[in-house]
Design a protein around this ligand. Structure first.
Ligand SMILES: Nc1ncnc2c1ncn2[C@@H]1O[C@H](COP(=O)(O)OP(=O)(O)OP(=O)(O)O)[C@@H](O)[C@H]1O
Ligand SMILES: [Mg+2]
Length: 370
């Protein structure tokens, strides 16, 4: 018997659908759309029926969240809206079918069986496509960021990402790489701040055997990133000499190993990131303005979590879903009361702690410790 999760926050509607299906399907009612993702991860239904018109939550939002899951179940939308725009938007957001009210129970069963069979057939023929990292959030700032990422991923312009610690700079850099036509190539990450100044040149350019005492031949990060993307994190930490070297490679597109004579041509897409104000560093003569102009072909700003608290529920569900953990509304409200100086990373750790403290029951406010 196929299982179907029915999401509708109106009890009588939910009962009506359940009655129509109960003899042929195992029906899992879900009256709290907010718990949809947790229920899907827990019960792994063969399909989902989702009502678009729910007073407290936007059905489109639930649909989007479902389709962000690694293996989303097929979704049948039920709606009183007949406007084609709603149908188009539903299908665009990943719904398999759209049933307008009023409908008969025969129609409902027929359409449901069809989407389940189609989904099962595609599962057996399609191999798993590797998932790109998920950038969760529907706040206007994140929506803009997603559009910018989509727009610029395929160009080769360098990208400079600004964002406080834990806002997702690494994640965004990886996503750009995955969405670019360099995604078959390597994605090389170097944290400039973590490389000792004595090693920076050999890290960037590589070196030939014996270039300096005990030097072993190795490739530098530009060469390793050849054909792919190089992500230089904490770029503001680059010393003056490292800045000069970086500028040279970006301008020439060529590198020379330390102790070597051959010039190697390299093709990479450069993404850099910082949580510092580069203009201020420039005015303090700590950072070269000509390097900044080279790095910022495109500038992306990831706002801190305190400026986009509406993303907290989606992020919370995203982090809890793999553990099938649940959270109460009160605990979720408590997450809103904090400013998250460590941003998403701090939220993630806090939820990790809360989940362990809560054991198998839903996370309560007392489990949230900042
Ligand atoms: N929008 C998001 N959706 C889902 N996960 C996110 C999002 N933003 C950040 N994360 C997660 O939060 C954590 C911190 O993100 P990340 O390491 O990319 O931040 P960062 O800005 O590079 O931090 P730092 O400045 O400390 O290097 C990671 O586990 C990342 O996957
Ligand atoms: Mg980082």
């Amino acid at each position: 018997m196929y299982s179907v999760l029915c999401i509708d926050d109106a009890e009588e509607q939910l009962q009506a659908i359940t009655l129509q299906l109960i003899d042929t399907y195992h029906v899992i009612p879900c009256q709290k759309p907010f718990h949809a993702i947790t229920n899907i991860t827990k019960h792994k239904p063969d399909a989902v029926i989702l009502d678009l018109q729910m007073p407290k939550i936007n059905g489109f939002q639930v649909l989007e969240e479902i389709n962000r899951l690694p293996n989303p179940p097929p979704v049948l939308i039920i709606s009183g809206y007949t406007d084609p725009l709603f149908v188009v938007r539903s299908l665009h957001l990943g719904a398999q079918d759209f049933l307008s009210k009023p409908y008969t129970s025969t129609m409902l069963r027929h359409r449901l069986t069809k989407i389940i069979q189609r989904s099962l057939a595609s599962k057996t023929t399609n191999k798993q496509i590797p998932q790109e990292p998920l950038l969760i959030g529907e706040s206007p700032a994140i929506q803009t960021l997603k559009v910018e990422i989509q727009t610029f991923a395929n160009s080769d312009l360098p990208i400079l990402i600004y964002g406080e610690s834990g806002t997702g700079k690494d994640l965004v850099a990886k996503l750009i790489h995955e969405l670019s036509n360099r995604n078959k190539g390597p994605f090389i990450v170097r944290n400039i701040g973590a490389i000792p100044s004595s090693l920076i040149e050999s890290e960037l350019f590589g070196c030939d055997e014996g270039a300096f005492t005990d030097a072993k031949a190795h490739k530098g990060c530009f060469e390793l990133a050849n054909g792919g993307t190089l992500f230089l994190d904490e770029i503001a930490e680059a010393s003056h000499s490292a800045q000069a070297s970086l500028l040279r490679v970006i301008e020439d597109g060529c590198i020379q190993h330390l102790g070597g004579h051959t010039i190697h041509e390299v093709s990479f897409r450069l993404i850099s990131a910082t949580n510092k104000n580069l203009d201020q560093l420039i005015s303090e003569k700590q950072f070269r303005s000509d390097l900044k102009y080279r790095l910022e072909g495109i500038t992306l700003h990831i706002p801190p979590l305190r400026d986009r608290k509406t993303d907290i529920p989606a992020l919370t569900h995203h982090f809890l879903a793999p553990h099938q953990a649940d959270i109460t509304q009160d605990a979720l409200s408590k997450l809103y009361d904090f400013d998250w100086p460590g941003n998403i990373r701090q939220l993630r750790m806090c939820l990790e702690r809360a989940r362990i403290l809560a054991g198998s029951s839903p996370i309560q406010p007392e489990h949230i410790r900042y």
